[in-house]
Design a protein around this ligand. Structure first.
Ligand SMILES: [Zn+2]
Ligand SMILES: [Zn+2]
Ligand SMILES: [Zn+2]
Length: 246
């Protein structure tokens, strides 16, 4: 099975509209568009489990694929925009969500083919032998990270958070995590109550001590100073298309 990122950027993506910084220009030269952070797990039978649905062309990417479930971290546009089209699917799509009664746009008014299931903190769901556990994160909207247990390894998908609550941190430290992906949307000198930065995220990864740690949800403004100064972080920012065997 593979776990792959459809995007690892923030809302604006890279290249950002009308931005001509070195990061955006390099992305243009390569013909790459790194959209908002989301990932998916491809099962051996070709079906998929999605982690977030902000990728706006989700409906095209998985047009003929069976979507076994969507695990939504939260209802910000950059994580759920793809549901707008996907809800017209002829298939029923199970979508696990935190207990957010507002949702996004008219997604709760016109549910169409989406079957929403509220996941309480630390509750697990099992699909084809894969266990997924909801882990609460502190963000500007009710947010879950997800820990994914396959037969081979354990992956933590933790996007969009300003901090990790104590109970979640205790839970994460108690697991043997092979691959941990954590929000580091900002530079350390940008004050934020919504997102971590590469320093605070690095400290969390150190304390959880997974075998491998990676940073996600960056903008060009975040990665540009690293590129210009040549600083190599202990945990790297990953790009769209990053994949691991799980
Ligand atoms: Zn830029
Ligand atoms: Zn968010
Ligand atoms: Zn986000």
């Amino acid at each position: 099975m593979k776990f792959e990122f459809l995007g690892t950027a923030d809302t604006g993506g890279i290249p950002l509209h009308q931005c001509y910084c070195v990061v955006c220009e390099e992305a243009r030269a390569k013909g790459v568009s790194n959209r908002s952070t989301s990932a998916y797990l491809e099962l051996d039978d070709g079906s998929v489990i999605l982690f977030d649905a902000g990728y706006d062309i989700l409906c095209d990417t998985f047009n003929t694929k069976r979507i076994r479930a969507v695990f939504l971290t939260h209802f910000h546009a950059d994580h759920c925009l793809g549901l707008i089209r996907l809800r017209k699917s002829v298939d029923t799509i199970t979508c696990y969500i935190p207990n957010d009664t507002e949702g996004f746009g008219d997604l709760f008014i016109h549910k169409d083919s989406i079957a929403y299931n509220v996941l309480e903190p630390f509750v697990s769901v099992e699909i084809e032998g894969i266990k997924v556990v909801a882990v609460p994160l502190l963000h500007s909207k009710l947010t879950h990270g997800y820990v994914i247990f396959t037969k081979k390894c354990t992956v933590a998908y933790l996007t969009d958070c300003a901090s990790i609550p104590e109970a979640s941190l205790t839970y994460l430290k108690a697991q043997t995590i092979d691959h941990l992906f954590l929000d580091a949307a900002y530079t350390p000198w940008f004050e934020s109550k919504k997102h971590l930065n590469w320093e605070s995220a690095g400290e969390y990864i150190d304390s959880i001590s997974p075998k491998n740690g990676y940073l996600i949800h960056a903008s060009c403004k975040t990665v540009m100073p690293l590129k210009q100064s040549g600083i190599l972080l202990k945990y790297p920012y990953i790009d769209k298309g990053f994949r691991i065997e799980v």
